[in-house]
Write a protein that binds this ligand. Structure first.
Ligand SMILES: Cc1ncc(COP(=O)(O)O)c(C=O)c1O
Length: 512
């Protein structure tokens, strides 16, 4: 039975926990945690503040008239509240986090140590240039590594995530087209693309024209060629694509879009599969974002603050957004205004980007070195193929042959079991795992997309494979309720995910 908040209610007599007649909502060491607003007392604070003298006109008539409405909590209450909440979550520090396309890999502690150095952690973006020389040099160095790894001459550092990088890339392309008086209208996007690709193109005012996939999960080159025309601004292609496959005809795609006068945007979310082995600039790519929180191991942080620098070709470099770092002799300068030959399309953020992520990413690069990064890609691909091979007899793969860094399965192995991809994913929670990405990419029916990354040991992979094998066998054996009712062992059961996405309640309103 479920209580008001959707978690299992007190054990029934005769079950584990027999003898309880009342129930607090806590389960073992997992507490049922009220909102911070529902705890504490009016006027309580975690720090002692001096009495602020009342000066009538201090705020020019803008002084607050009512209550501020913050919860009154002591320091231990605050600490416990957030620690208790964190214990209800899954995390990369708890176990394998197989979300495909998201690259949830270990965040090395060395990165954290360096990011916490006071010289980096205590900087303020409005400090005078002379006092932030080290930070600017670090940004220039990180840009240099990205430029070398992509073989692309310019790097826009300010985007705050992959999707923000896509926006940066398409605005740069639009500026380059407008500079030559070319008002193109269409952007071609493969059907398998991540949702942010068409969303970005539409946001920039383009019509999105989908490119179909071939039976082997790749872009249909002939269909793509047929869609080209003088109104096509760009193609947005992901490589390796979201089916975890390398787009073998990528050079033909680049040649064709260039011949048609358009630009080639590459979604670089999956760069971790090819870093050190393939340089996107060599493939004819004009713009590509790199999610530092995927390839270069910086934390995801619940959607931000991330970092999505964009590598640009020589044709697009002049249109890169402000601000950017230049080196003049042994000094570094953040360019904030249009100068010289540059024609920046504008700026994406108030400041220069996520310094904490820059420090972590550069630490990761320098601690691996060029050969180490190449091995990152090789190990990520090896791990995914290991999973693919180990589960090939109990789960079904939509495409033949080896994969890149992600193992993709469809739901044919669940046919006739009464278990859906969603049920299967929820049952993984009861086995102690975060579910894999499900129902994406859209071109595969009931997709289950697993990205193990290079940071998992063979033992961890074997344990994970064991859990999936067990579940696949249980589903086929008719143990349906185990799936349709899952998760049984989580702090919350099945939530209304549609309402959560479409009508999110993001604000607490006090009871009247
Ligand atoms: C293929 C692909 N493109 C773009 C994005 C968007 O990146 P971000 O989450 O950094 O905005 C993602 C994120 O998962 C992705 O997997």
């Amino acid at each position: 039975m479920l209580n008001r908040q959707g978690r299992p209610s007190a054990p029934e007599a005769g079950s584990a926990g027999a003898g309880f007649t009342t129930w607090t909502g806590h389960r073992g060491l997992a507490h049922e945690e009220p909102l911070s607003f529902e705890q504490g007392a009016k006027g309580r604070t975690a720090v002692d503040l001096p009495e602020i003298p009342k000066v009538a006109d201090r705020l020019g008539g803008l002084a607050r008239e009512g209550e501020i409405g913050l919860p009154g909590l002591s320091e231990p209450q605050v600490v416990r509240h957030f620690v208790r909440l964190s214990r209800q979550n899954y995390a990369i520090d708890l176990g394998v986090y197989p979300l495909g396309s998201c690259t949830m890999k270990h965040n090395p502690r060395l990165n954290e140590k360096l990011a916490r150095l006071p010289g980096f952690a205590d900087l303020h973006p409005m400090q005078p240039m002379a006092t932030i020389q080290g930070a600017l040099e670090l940004m220039a160095q990180l840009g240099g590594w990205l430029s070398k790894l992509t073989n692309m001459p310019a790097i826009a550092m300010s985007p705050a995530a992959g999707a923000h990088g896509e926006l940066c890339g398409l605005l740069t392309i639009r500026a380059a087209l407008e500079a030559r008086g070319d008002k193109r209208k269409r952007v071609l996007v493969p059907e398998s693309a991540h949702g942010t690709n068409p969303a970005t193109a539409a946001f920039c005012g383009y019509t999105v024209d989908p490119i179909p996939a071939t039976a082997d999960g790749r872009v249909d080159l002939e269909a793509f060629r047929k869609k080209l025309g003088s109104d096509v601004a760009a193609v947005m292609l992901t490589n390796p694509n979201t089916c975890g496959l390398f787009e073998r005809e990528i050079i033909e795609v680049a040649d064709a879009i260039h011949a048609a006068g358009g630009f080639f945007y590459c979604d670089g979310a999956n760069f971790n599969a090819i870093v050190g082995r393939v340089r996107p600039g060599d493939l004819g790519i004009d713009a590509m974002h790199i999610n530092l929180h995927k390839t270069f191991s910086t934390p995801h942080g619940g959607g931000g603050p991330g970092s999505g620098p964009v590598a640009l070709s020589a044709a697009l470099a002049p249109y890169a957004p402000l601000p950017y770092v230049v080196q003049e002799g042994d000094k570094f300068r953040l360019v904030e205004e249009t100068e010289g030959e540059a024609k920046p399309f504008g700026r994406l953020k108030g400041f220069h980007g996520q310094m904490g992520m820059f420090v972590r990413a550069l630490t990761y690069m320098m601690s691996h070195g060029g050969d180490g990064l190449k091995q990152v890609a090789e190990d990520a691909v090896l791990s995914a193929n290991y999973i693919m091979a180990a589960l090939g007899d109990v789960m079904t793969a939509p495409f033949e042959g080896p994969c890149m860094h992600e193992a993709l399965f469809d739901d044919r192995f669940l046919k006739g079991t009464g278990v859906t991809t969603l049920d299967f994913a929820k049952a993984m929670i009861d086995e102690g795992y975060h579910p894999m990405t499900m129902y994406f990419p859209l071109v595969v029916h009931g997709a289950l997309l697993i990205e193990p990354t290079e940071t998992e040991s063979k033992e961890a992979l074997d344990e994970f494979i064991g859990a999936l094998r067990h579940l696949a066998e249980r589903a086929k054996a008719g143990d349906t309720a185990r799936f349709t009712g899952a998760p049984y062992l989580a702090p919350r059961r099945r939530l209304d995910e549609t309402a959560a996405a479409r009508q999110p309640v993001l604000r607490w309103t006090p009871a009247q």
